[in-house]
Design a protein around this ligand. Structure first.
Ligand code: PMV
Length: 360
């Protein structure tokens, strides 16, 4: 695909206005871990977006031919945030070849996250997808093109990826795949695609995610450092094969409504991700003792009740307890009675599969 279909002379005029998007975080079932230059993933990953964990971003823009690019302000939840502002500035500088108006734009960005304060949840997927959508909307306004079609979302996914790899999966509802896979012919390393409804049994549209906040402190090793350690990793090639194999099995589980197989693959992916961290050089551990205690309780509960629920982990100690709508009450009781004590100040978030980004 060419995500940059635009008239190279279209941005010499003046324009100003405001574009706003709300975009969600997503949780991976098959994990993206390791990347090549240009944020090209080492393996395909599959995820779904969350409903409650979202960021709302507005960009006020002023474009004039005589201007050069400037980020005139950045606020997160009503406060200046220098660290995030620098990351966003370097992202905006890096994507100027994809939006020619950017070279002549002054942008003021305000953002608000609904994530509870210090929830320890990665916000970059939500933030970069919302930013990319705002930029694509500014461009669409300039060109008089549609913001509802496939091309628009594809470009937003492509651009989000350049900010944070997993962000490219936040553009769609349902099950979302990023990375080339022989099983999905429209898949790409450059942007994510939504799996067609025929590929996903209706039960999987009722997924929920009880997020157990085991720890909300800063991680000792960031995701970027973790991705980089995959280059020299002794299990790198095996991991790539494993991810393709797990994706194949997960696609089978999704289309056949096989919840047991689904749970097996999801947990295998979570534990494989963390075993890759432990066996990196240097090795490191992001799980906390309470992560293990909670996993133990979840597995024992599954055996004793036969309820199809499973855990997954991102690059951190917090547990995503994945379950189905019909088991919501049982999971609530499990969290209240047996898991809450493992959470930092008893914090957990009752989230579910969301509908994807919204313009406002
Ligand atoms: O998008 P990044 O660079 O923050 O990497 C995210 C990696 C994991 O969350 C661990 C897995 C994933 O696929 O989301």
């Amino acid at each position: 695909m060419n995500p940059d279909k635009q008239d190279k002379n279209a941005y010499t005029g003046k324009a100003s206005g405001r574009q706003c998007w709300e975009s969600p975080s997503n949780i991976a079932l098959v994990k993206y871990w390791g990347k090549y230059p240009g944020q090209i993933p080492m393996n395909p990953s599959l995820s779904f977006v969350l409903k409650e964990s979202v960021i709302r971003i507005c960009i006020d823009y002023d474009i004039k031919p005589e201007y050069s690019f400037k980020l005139t302000g950045f606020e997160l939840n009503g406060q200046q945030n220098e660290g995030f502002a620098r990351r966003i500035e370097s992202f905006l500088t890096g994507i100027q070849t994809h939006f020619l108006f950017l070279k002549h734009a002054r942008l003021k960005i305000t953002s608000e996250s609904t994530f509870p304060h210090s929830a320890g949840i990665a916000s970059s997927a939500a933030a970069f997808s919302a930013l990319a959508l705002c930029l694509c909307s500014i461009e669409a306004k300039q060109l008089g093109t549609n913001t509802k079609n496939r091309e628009f979302l594809q470009k937003a996914s492509f651009v989000s990826r350049l900010g944070s790899g997993s962000a490219c999966r936040s553009l769609y509802d349902g099950m979302v795949l990023w990375g080339e896979s022989e099983f999905i012919h429209e898949s790409s390393d450059e942007y994510a695609v939504r799996l067609d409804n025929e590929r996903v049994h209706s039960d999987f549209y009722t997924l929920r995610d009880a997020i157990l906040i085991i720890d909300d402190g800063t991680k000792p090793v960031s995701s970027s450092e973790g991705h980089a350690l995959m280059h020299q990793h002794p299990f790198r090639e095996v991991r790539k094969q494993q991810a393709h194999g797990n994706l194949k099995k997960l696609l089978l589980a999704l289309s056949g409504g096989n919840k047991k197989l689904f749970c097996e693959i999801v947990e295998n992916e979570a534990l494989s991700l963390h075993s890759l961290m432990m066996s990196s050089n240097p090795g490191y551990l992001l799980m906390k003792p309470n992560t293990i205690h909670a996993i133990d309780v979840i597995r024992r509960f599954r055996v004793s009740t036969n309820i199809p629920l499973c855990f997954t982990l991102d690059a951190g100690p917090n547990i995503h307890l994945i379950h189905f709508e019909e088991d919501r009450q049982a999971v609530r009781e499990l969290v209240q009675n047996e898991l809450k004590d493992f959470c930092k100040e008893g914090k957990w978030i009752d989230d579910s599969m969301g509908n994807g980004p919204k313009q406002f």
